[in-house]
Design a protein around this ligand. Sequence first.
Ligand code: ADE
Length: 257
Amino acid sequence: MIRFDILTLFPEMFDGPFEASIIKRAQEGGFVEIALHNIRDYAPGKHRVTDDTPYGGGGGMIMKPEPIFNAVEAILGLTVPDEGYATLYAQGGYPPIILLTPQGRLLKQPVARSLATVDRLLLICGRYEGIDERVRHYLATDELSIGDYVLSGGELAAMIVVDAVTRLVPGVLGDAAATAKDSHSAGLLEHPHYTRPAEYRGHGIPDILLSGHHARLEVWRRQQSLLRTLKRRPDLLASLELSQSDRDFLAQQEEGD
Ligand code: ADE
């Protein structure tokens, strides 16, 4: 069971994606728990102001630190020490606090896999033109980006983190083999898939799929994965440990080019 605490100015954005399909079932099945917290609820004063203009000028609004620190302290029931949350986190027993920002390290499958091992995760949704730097320094234990493009806020990125992590929680998909074979799980892209009918609008499917040769089919799938990865994402191949037969197959392809 993983509990996600999501700190956002727009909790309503999460309603749709978390109420359908896998994430819905994972919550219903008690595999994950998702708590949404409106940062505005933790802002002091009658107007509950959550942002302000940047020191030094330059336009755009910056998220104030106080509502975010207040929210974290209330949610976790602690006081962040002057040296920062990292000192608590280092002691163990405290959840990671992840800031979603295009400046973070890139979310990749191994990152999702390591997040799926914790029992609690705080996600802070920032806004691109700014979050006060002290949130970064004294609260966040990690910063994640979902890709090299700029979103209007961290909310969609947080949903992606929740999705990528939730499907890795044991029992959620009901089929461990399915996640093991996913694109990126083995570091390769997936082989092509086909389902019935065997002929559709005059287009057939590869003979091997109908042949009943299980061992040959597995070789074909492996080779299709390798080929796809070579053509579409050669960068992924570079960081993989490949078998001798994988390497022989790839070498043949390069000769054939
Ligand atoms: N906030 C804005 N853009 C983002 C991105 N690419 N990843 C994570 N958080 C973001």
